[in-house]
Design a protein around this ligand. Structure first.
Ligand SMILES: Nc1ncnc2c1ncn2[C@@H]1O[C@H](COP(=O)(O)OP(=O)(O)OP(=O)(O)O)[C@@H](O)[C@H]1O
Ligand SMILES: [Mg+2]
Length: 243
């Protein structure tokens, strides 16, 4: 399989604090890769580095063989990497349609093209009835869909999802699981951070486990949930996948 993203020996220091230490893994094109680990493990920090929001202290990120390590976020997005934010941050003074369109314009498309794309993606995510509303009028689940719309509208090859299911109820989570499956069928590679293990088990081909900024395990979902190291550091005793 073709390699999509390669994370090479990434280290990130915040002052004296080592948030990531020599992290390396890769994703294959078309796979859904899970990234899990306890709070503060460095998951969001890694996403911030991949998307160019933060600079690594050491190491390199390669996207289809090309280094993106020193590129600005909009350039990385233009190359085909889009991400959602753990804390959703839409523009509250703009309609949903405009919220999605500005992201498309930021990667170089015309306003007309951006609005067309916004309508298409909002419809795909079931928000077409709300496209003239403002983000403040949305439920949390709808805000998460808006966040995903903004990322998808840039036509990514790699989509990075930071806890899109956090705070959702079971029904909303199942809906989101189906959405992610459909996105993957469009040949978009996905890396997802999620604490909802059921979603990780259902969706992911492989899982990377981070703990205190270091890789603790990499394997199939089955392998990592049965790994004593992962149970001890993250899942807890008595964990089983049916919970
Ligand atoms: N901009 C920053 N400046 C200083 N320290 C930071 C910064 N961003 C993150 N950190 C620290 O780096 C560590 C990793 O944080 P990060 O947000 O990446 O964890 P996480 O795995 O995403 O956790 P969670 O599951 O709670 O979202 C934490 O100790 C955090 O306090
Ligand atoms: Mg995080």
């Amino acid at each position: 399989m073709e390699q999509c993203l390669r994370v090479n020996n990434i280290t990130k220091k915040f002052g004296g604090m080592l948030a990531l230490k020599d992290v390396s893994f890769q994703t294959e094109t078309g796979e859904i890769l899970g990234l899990i680990g306890p709070n503060g493990a460095g998951k969001t920090t890694l996403f911030n580095i991949i998307s160019g929001v933060l600079r690594q202290t050491e190491g390199e990120i390669l996207f289809h063989g090309k280094s993106v390590s020193h590129m600005a976020p909009h350039k990385i997005c233009k190359l085909g990497i889009a991400r959602t934010f753990q804390i959703v941050k839409p523009f509250y003074s703009m309609t949903l349609r405009d919220n999605v369109a500005v992201g498309v314009m930021a990667v170089g498309h015309s306003k007309n093209k951006a609005l067309e794309k916004a309508d298409e993606v909002l419809s795909f995510l079931g928000l077409d009835q709300k496209s003239d509303k403002f983000p403040g009028e949305l439920t949390l689940a709808e805000k998460k869909r808006l966040e995903l719309s903004r990322a998808l509208a840039t036509d990514p090859k790699l989509l990075i999802l930071d806890e899109v299911m956090a705070g959702l109820n079971t029904r909303e989570m199942l809906d989101f699981t189906e959405i992610i499956k459909t996105i993957r069928q469009r040949d978009i590679t996905i890396i997802m951070v999620e604490h909802v293990m059921q979603a990780i088990l259902t969706l992911c081909h492989r899982v990377v486990v981070l703990n205190f900024g270091e890789i603790l395990a990499i394997g199939t979902p089955e392998e990592v949930i049965n790994d004593p190291k992962v149970i001890e550091a993250y899942l807890g005793d008595g964990y089983n996948a049916q919970n």
